[in-house]
Each structure stands twice: as C-alpha cells, then as structure tokens.
Design a binder for this molecule. Structure first.
Ligand SMILES: Nc1ncnc2c1ncn2[C@@H]1O[C@H](COP(=O)(O)OP(=O)(O)OP(=O)(O)O)[C@@H](O)[C@H]1O
Ligand SMILES: [Mg+2]
Length: 272
C-alpha cells in the first residue's frame, strides 16, 4: 500500500469545459514533505491547489488521497468528508474568499468550533493563533476593513486554527512586507518540522529554497515542465527562463539556491 497523501495521474482541467488550466498533471506528495508548485501567472497553480482540496474536479485523470479516490461523489460520503476536511486546510490566494465573519476573532474560531472543541479550548486556540501571527490588536476588527497584508495574516490564522496535517498555501507571502514574509517562511519551516505536509504555490524564487524539498514547475501550456529537488530546479537557469520565472533580459544576480538556507541554519544554532 502506498503511503502517499496525494497522487495525481494524467489530470487535465478545463474551466467551463473549454479554457485549459491544467494538462496531464502527474504528481505525488508524501507525508511530511514540503512541496512548491512554481509557475508564472496563469500557469495553473491555483487551479491545481483547488483540485487538491476537492473544490474542483478534473475532466480527465484521477486523484487519490491516502489511496482513496477524490471525485464529485467522495465528499457526499460524510465519513470521507470529515476524514479529509479535518486533515487538509486551504489558504486561498484571495483573502476576501477566506474571511467571512464579522470579526477577526470569529473567523479564527470558525474551524475549531466545527471540531467539537469546548468554548474554553476554542478561546485558548484563538488567542494562541493570534499571538503567533501577531494579530492580537485586530481581534475585534471587521476582516473586510483590513489591509491586504493584515487580511493575509488573519487568513493564515484561520488555516492554522484547527491544526491540520496538510496545508495547501496559495501565494502565502504575496502582499506581505519583508518582516511578515520572513515570519510566514519561518512558520512554514516550523510547521513542517512539527510533521505537517505543506504544499505552497508561489512564483517567488527567493523563498523556494527554504519552503521546498521538491518543486513542480508549471509552464504556460499548463503542463509540468520539470519536477526535481529544489536545488536542481533553482540551479537550472534555462528552465527558469523558459517558464518565465526569470526575465530573459534579467541578469541573475543571486545564487537562488543559497539565498536563505544559511539564515535558517543560524536560527537553529541559536535555538539550541
Ligand atoms: N474561473 C475561471 N474561468 C476561466 N478560466 C479561468 C478561471 N480561473 C482561471 N482560469 C484560467 O486558468 C488558467 C490557470 O489559472 P490559475 O489561476 O490556476 O493560474 P495561477 O498559476 O494560479 O496564476 P497566478 O499566478 O496569476 O495566481 C489561466 O489561463 C486562467 O486564465
Ligand atoms: Mg494563483
């Protein structure tokens, strides 16, 4: 029996049955991995994450979650639905889709309340998450009145609040200032070190070396152009040019593979 969390075979998806968004995707994710879906705008990253979260179903190919097929019917089975939804959390690219309550506190409490936690436990969890994300001062604010970066942090809080095993993160650092980007990258590293599986869609090459063990690169044809270790992907300038992740006239100033790794090691040395 395979111990893969997700396995996709020849998955193709077309919006409205005519606009191609993914073509013949083959992909797997094992427990505890950090995976990046890397691709330029419109390459299909968000669509792929929606498919992994069971929000869209492909016209072609098949998907398995722990060896169980995911399709339109699987989520009608309450047992499977609960099994899946307790384990998998999705951070939407657009925080306005994630946030729907009248206060930040209520949005963060929403998922824990679905898990039959006591009121005290929920309050404790909400306070922990807000402290962790440094959003305590936003507790009573209306989510739709926040800045984009604030919304993004609150959205991440809603995803962390029920302690899922698998995190699907769609552009978690987009719109954040440098300190907040650093915090989100550290959060991904720490969550992964605590055993969570994390799949992140991004086109930000500077964070990839820290948040991925393996990378799938999507191209303009909505196909997987390459799948390899993070190091091999980031050192393949030709691939990064061809997939519009580095501009053709741009000189690569930095060694992308080494951009952040030392910072992470330093952090750990200080901790011990
Ligand atoms: N609701 C929709 N209806 C029709 N086509 C869509 C829809 N959403 C996305 N697409 C198309 O599907 C393709 C993949 O889009 P997707 O949003 O998955 O890309 P992405 O890699 O996440 O891009 P970005 O980096 O801009 O977020 C694009 O060509 C897009 O135009
Ligand atoms: Mg997207």
């Amino acid at each position: 029996m395979s111990d893969k969390i997700f396995e996709l075979k020849n998955v193709s998806f077309y919006y409205l049955d005519k606009f191609p968004a993914l073509r013949e995707i083959n992909l797997y994710v094992e427990p505890g991995e950090k995976i990046v879906l890397l691709g330029a705008n419109g390459s299909g990253k968000s669509t792929l994450l929606h498919i992994l979260d069971g929000l869209l179903f492909p016209q072609e190919g098949n998907i398995q979650f722990f060896n169980q097929a995911i399709n339109e019917n699987s989520f009608n089975d309450e047992k499977f639905n609960a099994f899946f939804r307790k384990r998998v959390a999705f951070l939407f690219q657009n925080p306005d889709i994630q946030l729907f309550s009248s206060t930040v506190k209520d949005d963060i409490a929403f998922a824990p309340l679905q898990l039959d936690m006591s009121a005290d436990e929920v309050n404790k969890r909400v306070d922990e998450v807000m402290k962790f994300m440094r959003i305590e001062h936003l507790k009573e604010r209306a989510p739709h009145q926040l800045s984009l970066g604030e919304k993004k942090k609150v959205s991440i809080g809603t995803v962390l609040s029920f302690n899922p095993d698998v995190l699907l993160l769609d552009e978690p650092t987009a719109g954040l200032d440098p300190r907040s980007v650093r915090e989100v990258v550290d959060l991904i590293i720490e969550a992964n070190e605590s055993g969570k599986t994390i799949i992140t869609a991004t086109h930000d090459l500077h964070i990839v070396s820290e948040i991925a063990d393996r990378v799938y690169v999507l191209n303009d044809e909505k196909r997987i152009a390459a799948s390899d270790s993070t190091k091999n992907i980031l050192m393949n300038e030709d691939l990064l040019h061809k997939t519009n992740l580095i501009h053709i006239h741009e000189h690569v100033h930095e060694d992308l593979w080494h951009t952040h790794t030392h910072a992470h090691h330093d952090l750990h040395e200080h901790e011990h």
